[in-house]
Design a protein around this ligand. Sequence first.
Ligand SMILES: C[S@@+](CC[C@H](N)C(=O)[O-])C[C@H]1O[C@@H](n2cnc3c(N)ncnc32)[C@H](O)[C@@H]1O
Length: 317
Amino acid sequence: MRVQVPPIKCQGIKTKLVPTILREIERDPAGVWVEPFLGSGVVALNVAPRRALLADSNPHLIRFYQAVKDGAVDGSRTRRYLEREGDLLANRGQDHYYHVRDRFNSSGDPLDFLFLNRSCFNGVIRFNKRGGFNVPFGHKPQRFAPAYITKIVNQVECFRAATELFDWRFACQDYRITLEEATEDDYVYCDPPYVGRHVDYYDSWDEESETSLYERLRKNPCRFMLSTWHSNEYRKNEYLETLWSTFEISTQEHFYHVGARETNRKPMLEALVTNHVRASPREEHERSEEQLMLFERSGWYLGNGARSASEGRMNDV
Ligand SMILES: C[S@@+](CC[C@H](N)C(=O)[O-])C[C@H]1O[C@@H](n2cnc3c(N)ncnc32)[C@H](O)[C@@H]1O
């Protein structure tokens, strides 16, 4: 299947797991699709629910998607902005990257956030204690070539089409508040930071957070799916045995790349934890009329250049 790719990248982005997630979630909940850890938004974009509450504690992610929804960020503004800033980056190199980073850290402008996200080192999102974006330059002054700008513009337009077609609410809030809003008819997809792995100002996650999420999901009346890591060649996720074992757990292997070498592929088992009977396996996620419209529109935006998730590298979409 073709996976729609959002304009923002983040660590732990689930682009490659989207086909599996789509096969296993409860389709079309009577209520709302609730995502307390939105990240890049790739899961919501591909589930394409009619009603959604999309939340994250990182204000920059939510501000960006809210600006897309409001129309403050659209395809043509994004193109003009990236052409101008991309030229400056090509001429001035890393000085310009750090100039935009300083500007973003004082103004929080959503387009500056997009620029940094697409030109920083490894496409990660990381902030210091004072909430300042601190990822260094990705060392590619020619980053914003015309084809790359067009790709990003199409991704913005695709996300914008979704916010026009569907009733999606964005909220910058802690996951505990989001879960309190979930009701029996809703479906919750949780993708918290992987415990003990990423730590920064908006993205820290420890044993207490994992236990508190477990307690909340256990008591919550709605159906849920949780993404977490299962094991890699060195370690396994002990919380799957201590906390989550009372639920259904399925696994899927995927590979991530270390460094630039194509051959340096490391295997990782991802886990999906659910409190409901999994939907029966199916080839294609059945789509509503609005969802089909989104894919038709985004098909026009994305042209034939979109790659399937199984072909793409994590950082190269
Ligand atoms: C693994 S990422 C989600 C990735 C997303 N599913 C995707 O495919 O792009 C985890 C997200 O949780 C957010 N987060 C971390 N702690 C949080 C908290 N206490 N409440 C809400 N969101 C939080 C981070 O800002 C980050 O965007």
